[in-house]
Design a protein. Sequence first.
Length: 319
Amino acid sequence: MYGALRNRFLAWLFRWRGPETGVVVLGQRRVFILPTRHGLVFALILLVMLAGSINYSLGLGFVLTFLVGAVAVNAMIYTFRNLANLRITGGRTRPVFAGDTAFFTIHLENQGDTDRYAIGLTHDRRQASFVDVMARSGTSATAAVHAPRRGILRPGRLILFTRFPLGLYYAWAYVDLDLRGMVYPRPAPAPLPLPPAAPSAGAGAERGQGQEDFSGMRPYHRGDSPRHIAWKVAARDQGLHTKQFSGRAETELWLDWAQLPPRMGVEERLSHLARWVLDAHAAGLTYGLRVPDTTLEMAAGEAQRERCLEALALYNSDP
């Protein structure tokens, strides 16, 4: 009961609404500010100076105390304004392997006429990146998030903060954007040898990439070599097609779930398949992937590598 009430109070206080899409503007009600440890010590020193000035009737002491106090009040205003009215949008996140660190990017836009300095972005309050956002311009900041397991990784609430200019105050705002990153299975450190490739035959021969005689065209698939695209057909606004050749067709390399030892568990199989995908891509091979309920046809190149690793990452997971 107490925990539920506490969570509802914090959600109301900090205006937690869940993941937000589009542009997020840090209005005044979204920026919070408190004194830092140095600020509390500074306030204590001001109280001691004020008490000494009263006790000894020091006119110059009063002047110095109130002058330094005015500097502290101005510092609070500048610290708050350093975050207020920034515009925040989400950026792209590069895929990583399980166990690595994903870096989520957000874009900061300053439409005001005042430069913003030393703005930090953090996820866990331990590791932060700092950027300066000049007037009428924008920049990007990254937050490091550990990726413990495969699948889709969401960072949750990120914290934008600043202590500029004097470090006496800590201003912060919670940013919960609809960000997500792809986490591939961790490749096996000691992989099994690649399965043997079989010569293309039957329907597979029609998909082969021999180089001797032109045998027709088929619709373009991502990963097809640009050298085999029928550019003249594309110039006539008939769509992208790939030329096919008969003769010396390439062999078929299938990376198949069923080719792994039965004793392996699900995650171990995915780990070995990820290693096979990387090895086949590094060797420049044309390959396909078969896992339960999913088949990716033969292709090569960076796009095929990403498709296969993504299929492995999302296997039996909530997309």
